[in-house]
Design a protein around this ligand. Structure first.
Ligand code: NAD
Length: 259
């Protein structure tokens, strides 16, 4: 039996451990037949990422700090070598802001840490999309997916500078979609409701965000990382061949509410 992703080649950035949203997406893609390369940031998580990647027979696992242009260049060179010069799928599930900026007042964010959050969480999509472009072009097109959050559209207490970074990320999705559309490369985002991951734990008041979604969203329940994985398999697939520049909300409908 053929699977939906048989013959597809993908690169996944942002797995830290098995709770990562990137891992939930990767598992779905691998189950669907995709060959996947992975990056990890820093030795601290290397072992866990290598183990997870090994469980889906990944041909390439390499380190990448998205703040480094050299790292991004090296990663995409290696991906080209591993996948015969072609890439179909890019999963960008990377974000960072200093913990002290995810509590207290946004007003007090210092310049350096403002740019740090935007560099890692928004500009990295632009640099990775640029590096992916020739590899996807050689396959006749491709699909790029990033992870965003409602805090980029509305003020969510404590989300602070990460909300500003998500706003930049959301706009980047639309401009990249316009630039890359003529090459049949699609660019989309999933806006996920709160999921308990490593990054989420650094947001002060995260349990309150979860409780509010449960109380006020139309479905009155939390989402799981695998719900994002399921939505991702649609957006990354040829079934979504005419979907680009958009955001799909996987948040129990919370974004639709006025209060
Ligand atoms: P996670 O901690 O598992 O993943 C975040 C990843 O970003 C990690 O793998 C980390 O290594 C990577 N990263 C951080 N700085 C980096 C750098 N300089 N270079 C390369 N990689 C770097 O947490 P997650 O919740 O799975 O986050 C994935 C994405 O989902 C993020 O964009 C996050 O904002 C978004 N998101 C998460 C939630 C949630 O509630 N967990 C909700 C909406 C959106």
């Amino acid at each position: 039996m053929t699977r939906p992703y048989d013959g597809k080649r993908g690169l996944v950035l942002g797995v830290a451990n098995r709770r990562s949203i990137a891992w939930a997406i990767a598992k779905r893609l691998a189950d669907g037949g995709a060959a996947l390369a992975f990056t990890y940031q820093g030795e601290r998580i290397e072992k866990s990422v290598r183990e997870l990647a090994g469980s889906v027979s990944s041909p390439l696992v390499t380190d990448c700090d998205v703040r480094s242009d050299d790292d991004v260049r090296r990663v995409f060179d290696k991906v080209g070598q591993a996948f015969d010069g072609g890439l179909d799928l890019l999963v960008h599930s990377v974000a960072f802001a200093a913990a002290e900026d995810l509590e207290g007042r946004f007003t007090d964010t210092p310049r350096e840490r403002f740019w740090l959050a935007l560099d890692v969480s928004a500009y990295s999509l632009v640099s990775c999309a640029r590096a992916a472009e020739p590899l996807m072009e050689s396959r006749g097109g491709g699909s790029i997916l990033t992870m965003t959050y409602l805090g980029g559209e509305r003020a969510v207490p404590h989300y602070n500078v990460m909300g500003v970074a998500k706003a930049a990320l959301d706009a980047s999705v639309r401009y990249l979609a316009w630039d890359l559309g003529p090459k049949n490369i699609r660019v989309n985002a999933i806006s996920a409701g709160p999921v308990r991951t490593l990054s989420a734990r650094s947001i002060a008041g995260f349990p309150t965000m979860e409780a509010i979604v449960e109380e006020r969203s139309p479905l009155h329940r939390h989402i799981e990382a695998d719900d994002v994985g399921a939505a991702a398999t649609f957006l990354l697939s040829d079934d979504a061949k005419n979907v680009t520049g958009t955001t799909l909300y996987v948040d129990s409908g919370y974004h639709a509410m006025g209060m």
